[in-house]
Design a protein around this ligand. Structure first.
Ligand code: FPP
Ligand code: K
Length: 486
């Protein structure tokens, strides 16, 4: 219990903090700190270590301080040779495309341990290339030939030929096939064995194991719902599913209740019940719920939304501008997607279906100029463009400046950049709960507030639930929607 005096001091500090944040969000005027690019206007929020500090020194607080020291020269322009008027470097698309194409080639032998994640590499590289505006057609045939032998006759895809099926590699394979598109790619999937395998993974408590006999977590809930809805699989459970013993009759029954129990006392979402909340799992939970039903119904029904918003908001740091994955941990570019990707789903859950942007006579609906985003889009854009690009010959995107770029970070940093630059809206919700994932979404450039990046650096977009382009979602769904049963 705080004393009265400490409450008064606390209130005073809060007022001071609010005033200083307001003042710090104003662009820098007067002399720039040493080493700063002259002429660029950078809000001072992103130029100095935080004003308010916890007096308790721990390993976590020390490494946090070191991270701020590492990042500030990138945010203030000291590490960049060319900046725009807002102190932001260009997105080096050509370099990142070259990096991704190289990653898609054969892996050097020292990466033999990464073999089971080959379907992930396909998804990360293809999705990132598509965000950068590259044509994926040249990869279709090679992808089809490579993933075909990875499918097991007992259902699902492993990480390579002869490896047992796993939901993560299955999810990554299905998304990769959707990305390259075309009937031949879709026909690789054996839907009947996929359905039988998913029925084996479905558990009595409503959740999904990642592999037969493997761990049950919220990744399973998300990956299974993505696969079920993209492939239009029948929902009835096979009679030998372990879930039947608990009275379940559908692949999705009890799933939302299982996901609900992953929300922790902090307001975030954990891998399974009773462990630590982490941003990657928040995205899985919201994505899964948005497939089970429209987000304004399912997210509001199964999540404590105010507590989740409070926890998600705490993931964005200053001066960094980027997101962390959990309490007392460091900013990392990949959370630009895992945490950043939660915002469109949260926004849709709050606003509900909004109808098309253009009114009845093609007249744009009333739009105020104020930026009502729930996170600082410009803070995230600043972190990504200033800190996450490898500007050396290597290219690609990274966690933070001291880390090497890789395909995983390139995919999720670019996905997060795209969701900060563009605004998704739920236009119409599905008529019937049974039409899984059948909501209408629309995306437009985000134009409210100040645009700090160059228009040429605006990325393509990915569907807020499926994390691949909307036209890829539409194509695979429409191909399989004509299939009744198998
Ligand atoms: C902690 O790593 C990371 C986790 C506990 C979650 C990892 C899960 C994902 C990235 C995605 C799962 C989603 C799907 C769809 C399969 P850390 O301790 O190295 O990082 P931290 O310090 O930032 O928490
Ligand atoms: K990490």
């Amino acid at each position: 219990m705080k004393s009265r005096r400490s409450r008064v001091v606390f209130k005073h500090q809060l007022r001071k903090m609010a005033a200083s944040v307001e003042q710090q969000q104003q662009p820098q005027v007067g002399p720039a700190p040493p080493g700063t690019q002259q002429g660029a206007s950078i809000p001072s929020l992103f130029m100095f270590p935080p004003m308010i500090r916890d007096a308790l020194e721990t390993d976590s607080s020390n490494i946090q301080d070191e991270t701020v020291d590492e990042i500030l020269p990138f945010l203030t322009g000291k590490e960049h040779s060319q900046l725009n008027a807002h102190g932001i470097p260009r997105l080096d698309k050509e370099r990142h495309v070259r990096f991704l194409k190289k990653q898609l080639g054969a892996l050097p032998s020292m990466f033999v341990g990464a073999d089971p994640s080959r379907p992930w590499i396909f998804y990360w590289c293809l999705n990132a290339l598509s965000l950068l505006g590259e044509d994926l057609e040249p990869y279709r045939t090679r992808l089809i030939e490579t993933v075909r032998p990875m499918q097991n006759i007992t259902g699902g895809f492993g990480g390579g030929f002869g490896q047992s099926s796993h939901l993560a590699t299955t999810y990554a394979t299905i998304l990769s096939l959707a990305l390259v598109g075309g009937d031949e790619a879709f026909e690789v999937v054996d839907r009947r064995s996929m359905w039988k395998w998913l029925c084996q993974l479905k558990q009595q408590d409503g959740g999904f194991q990642m592999a037969v006999g493997g761990e049950e977590d919220v990744r399973g809930a998300y990956c299974a719902s993505v696969v079920i809805s993209l492939l239009n699989l029948p929902l009835e459970l096979s009679s030998d599913s372990p879930a039947c013993a608990a009275g379940h009759t559908s692949l999705l029954s009890g799933l939302a209740d299982w996901v609900r129990l992953c929300q922790t006392y902090e307001g975030g979402v954990s891998a399974n019940h009773g462990v630590e909340a982490h941003g990657a799992y928040a995205f899985c939970a919201l994505g899964c719920l948005s497939i089970i039903d429209s987000p304004h119904r399912s997210i509001r029904r199964y999540m404590d939304v105010p507590r989740l918003i409070s926890w998600l908001s705490s993931r964005q740091y200053a001066p960094e501008g980027g997101f962390s994955g959990r309490t007392n941990k460091l900013v990392d570019g990949c959370y630009s997607h895992w945490v950043g990707g939660c915002w469109p789903l949260i926004e849709a859950s709050l606003s509900g279906p909004e109808g098309p942007t253009a009114g009845p006579a093609g007249r744009p609906l009333e739009d105020t100029d104020a930026d009502d985003s729930l996170f600082s889009r410009n803070g995230l854009i600043r972190y990504i463009l200033c800190c996450c690009q490898d500007m050396s010959r290597r290219g690609g995107m990274r966690d933070k400046p001291s880390k090497y770029s890789d395909a995983y970070h390139t995919c999720y940093v670019l996905s997060g950049l795209s969701s900060a630059q563009n605004k998704w809206r739920l236009v119409a919700s599905r008529a019937d709960e049974a039409l899984l994932g059948d909501d209408v979404w629309e995306v437009l450039p985000h134009t409210k507030g100040e645009q700090i990046f160059d228009e040429d650096d605006r990325l393509g977009t990915i569907h807020p639930v499926y994390a691949i382009p909307q036209h890829s979602v539409d194509a695979i769904r429409s191909y399989f929607s004509s299939k009744e049963g198998f």
